[in-house]
Design a protein around this ligand. Structure first.
Ligand SMILES: NC(=O)c1ccc[n+]([C@@H]2O[C@H](COP(=O)([O-])OP(=O)(O)OC[C@H]3O[C@@H](n4cnc5c(N)ncnc54)[C@H](OP(=O)(O)O)[C@@H]3O)[C@@H](O)[C@H]2O)c1
Length: 310
């Protein structure tokens, strides 16, 4: 009997993924049927993104696993109709894209590029930036994306600290964890990058209290998720000069509502959730490797801990 693989994501992605998944499932030697429509009771695996619209997994009685195309799985992690393993996306292309975006925005702040992009208005003012080794960057979250970003920043000689839930060791990065670790991670950070998942434990990681721990004039870069930051506290800290500038890619409500103060705040850069995305050419291989593993009785890669929410 063939392995039935349902693709449930944005319709426009199907023509992109269909040939790639076909190729890698074939290379895995599987007898499979791949499509966007099956009787629910006949589906073995769902390749999933929230914008495919699938919410109720109850009729999927034969399901072996749900394989997310997204790294962030907060919208499905607490779905009580899902009782089979859930794997999130860890994709080399997605990681590379995020690393480039983070390094780019850190360098923007580090080098003070805005002054020259906006123009010096005829004033020959030579503010030479310090070296990266004189700049402290803290990365909150040291998972697939945070670790790669921290390593890339360390390779540029930034003074990098990282914070995670469990202890870590990453060469060139001061790794911290726990509540005390967060205080240390923030207390001398010139630039903070948020790459935490959106869970009940990470909501408002940056709030009035933790923003006050940062050196005055710190910068924030959030490509993680909107709820990681208490928006009112950030706006207050921006208006007080405690935070010099924030670059925000993700928001509690997306698209960011037209009347949201972030759009017009002079010290906020809004990017429309484009920091990185899953790259089909590499992600399809990850999905197919997990299906191969499922069929071979091997453990799935990148399983979500549903209790922790990531
Ligand atoms: N803007 C975009 O375009 C975009 C694209 C992709 C992903 N994202 C976001 O990026 C997030 C991170 O992705 P990822 O693949 O790197 O996730 P990941 O591999 O699951 O890593 C999550 C990291 O956060 C840490 N963490 C989780 N809960 C914590 C807590 N309560 N306290 C301290 N640290 C905690 C984890 O600690 P441990 O290592 O100890 O487990 C881990 O280091 C995603 O969840 C998604 O929201 C955004």
């Amino acid at each position: 009997m063939p392995v039935n693989v349902l693709f449930s994501a944005r319709a426009a992605l199907w023509p992109v993924y269909e040939p790639l998944l076909t190729r890698y499932l074939t290379e895995a030697g599987l007898d499979f049927s791949l499509g966007i429509e099956f009787a629910p009771g006949e589906v073995d695996y769902v390749v999933y993104a929230p914008n495919g619209g699938l919410r109720d997994f109850t009729p999927y009685t034969r399901l072996k696993a749900v394989l997310s195309l997204w790294a962030g799985i907060e919208s499905i992690a607490d779905n009580e109709t899902l009782t089979v393993p859930l794997a999130r996306m860890v994709d080399h292309g997605l990681t590379q894209g995020m690393t480039e975006w983070v390094v780019g925005h850190v360098l923007r702040y580090h080098l003070g590029m805005d002054a020259h992009i906006h123009g010096l208005n005829g004033e020959w003012r030579q503010d030479v930036p310090p070296l990266a080794s004189e700049r402290s960057v803290t990365v909150l979250g040291l998972g697939a994306l945070g670790e790669a970003s921290a390593r890339a920043l360390a390779a540029l000689n930034f003074n990098v600290a990282g914070w995670s839930r469990s202890p870590k060791g990453i060469t060139g990065v001061t790794c911290l964890h726990g509540a005390d670790g967060l205080v240390r991670a923030l207390s001398n950070a010139d630039i903070v990058v948020l790459l935490l998942p959106d869970t009940s434990a990470t909501e408002n990681t940056l709030n009035a209290e933790t923003l006050a721990l940062l050196p005055k004039g710190a910068r924030i870069i959030n490509p993680g998720r909107g709820p990681l930051i208490d928006d009112d506290a950030l706006l207050t800290a921006l208006n007080a000069g405690q935070i010099d500038h924030a670059t925000l890619d993700v928001f509690r409500t997306e698209p960011l509502p037209a009347d949201h103060p972030y759009w017009t705040h002079p010290n906020v850069t809004v990017t429309p959730h484009i920091a990185s995305e899953t790259r089909p050419a590499t992600a399809a291989q990850v999905i197919c490797e997990n299906i191969r593993r499922g069929e071979a009785g091997e453990p799935f890669l990148h399983l979500v801990d549903r209790d922790l929410g990531y």
